[in-house]
Design a protein around this ligand. Structure first.
Ligand code: GDP
Ligand code: MN
Length: 380
């Protein structure tokens, strides 16, 4: 789960990491109220879960009430890379002498944690990595040993942070590591981490991804979950217990097994179509599951055709066929359905469907044939 910047900063605070005083605002009036409270100048910041807000006009300095009104009014409702701004974070503006970059993330192939630190912050780290890779000091951290202050001090030296920043940064990085590990993050990133002209180091931005596998030991994450804006299709699928991920295409996909579902997306793509979703109905695809799957896909206005791709193993195709027919009695589907049914009891399954086939309920013998047929409908 990704956090908004303001939530990331709240999370940082719990681990003693310095951030600027501020508060959230959902309206221009609230923005004014917060700005008056924290004191001018302030920064008005769009709260969207996407980077590059500054460049997109989502981060503005305001010196007085009028400027707060202006910027808050402009930023609320702004579309930043497809994310519409509904909430602002207003904080006391900082003077900046230097911008650094700091993060911890998982190095999966290496089975360690990975720290990245750079004296060239403020810009996207991918750009630094490409144009000036030596400017990033990488630190591999054994998860059992953790990060101690001595190691952190060596690290800030290696990254060549300014002398005045080093001790504070070393201490802050140990805290950020605590936040990352004890706080069960997949990513804890500060960009920029700043040095002020009066030699204070603190976090000006916060990008935090929480590891959902650890949610059982963090009941307090509920407050973060409450502000998640979910894809309505994914919300519906979750309520129905389906393994569904929404995509942008026009071919609705139902398959059994994650591997087959992924291959189905590939094949649809290969023959010139685009998948509207990933959906793995798992083993034992009975009528209930099939009806739920069809309902969720049917609710997607972009879907023009539904491709049901089943390879029966433990799942028996005759059961799937019955499930499809029963589901069609319960849910009225507007889009044509193309089925590819193979594997255990495929012959029996196809026989069950045979009397019901028509121009909107079609079977094809192979995955490729079915994909072509489905894509022809989608692109018609
Ligand atoms: P991002 O563009 O989404 O990464 O948003 P950031 O929170 O990183 O802000 C973008 C840029 O705005 C930063 O790199 C800073 O240069 C600038 N900025 C943010 N907060 C302040 C502030 O308090 N004072 C000043 N002077 N600049 C700020
Ligand atoms: Mn940033």
């Amino acid at each position: 789960m990704d956090l908004f910047e303001y939530q990331g900063k709240q999370y940082f605070s719990r681990f003693g990491i310095a951030v600027s005083p501020g508060d959230v605002a959902d309206t221009v009036e609230q923005a004014v109220e917060v700005a008056n409270r924290v004191g001018y100048p302030v920064v008005v910041k769009a709260q969207v879960k996407v980077g590059g807000r500054g460049k997109a006009g989502g981060v503005k300095l305001a010196n007085n009430v009028d400027e707060v009104r202006l910027h808050a009014g402009n930023i609320l409702g702004l579309d930043i890379k497809g994310h519409v701004v509904h909430r602002l974070w207003i904080e006391r503006s900082s003077d900046i002498a230097k911008e650094y970059y700091a993060s911890f993330t998982l190095d999966r192939p290496n089975k360690t944690h990975l720290g990245m630190l750079s004296a060239q912050g403020g810009v996207e780290i991918e750009v630094v990595a490409e144009e000036n890779p030596d400017a990033i000091a990488f630190l591999t951290i054994d998860p059992v040993r953790g990060l101690d202050l001595a190691t952190s001090r060596r690290w800030v030296n290696e990254a060549e942070l300014d002398e005045a920043a080093r001790e504070q940064a070393a201490e802050l990085l140990v805290k950020l590591y605590e936040c990352y590990t004890k706080g069960d993050c997949d990513l804890a990133e500060i960009n920029p981490l700043i040095l002020t002209p009066d030699n204070k180091v603190h976090a000006l931005d916060a990008k935090v991804t929480l590891d959902e596998n650890a949610s059982f030991r963090h009941p307090e994450w509920e407050e973060f979950r409450a502000t998640e804006t979910e894809d309505p299709r994914e919300k519906m699928a979750k309520e129905k217990g389906l393994n569904y991920i929404g995509l942008d295409g026009t071919v609705g996909i139902i398959a059994n097994g994650a591997g087959l579902a992924m291959s189905t997306l590939d094949v649809v793509n290969q023959v010139g179509g685009s998948a509207a979703n990933f959906l793995d109905i798992g083993g034992g695809a009975n009528a209930d599951v099939m009806a739920s799957a069809l309902e969720v896909i049917n609710s997607d206005p972009k879907v023009k055709v539904i491709f049901v791709n089943i390879f029966g193993g433990i799942t028996r195709v005759d059961e799937v066929a019955k499930g499809v027919l029963e589901a069609l009695q319960r849910v009225s589907i507007e889009s044509p359905i193309v089925l590819r049914l193979d594997g255990t009891n495929a012959v029996e399954g196809r026989a069950i469907l045979a009397p019901h086939l028509n121009e909107k309920l079609i079977t094809e013998p192979t995955m490729l044939d079915a994909a072509r047929r489905a894509v022809a409908f989608a692109n018609a």
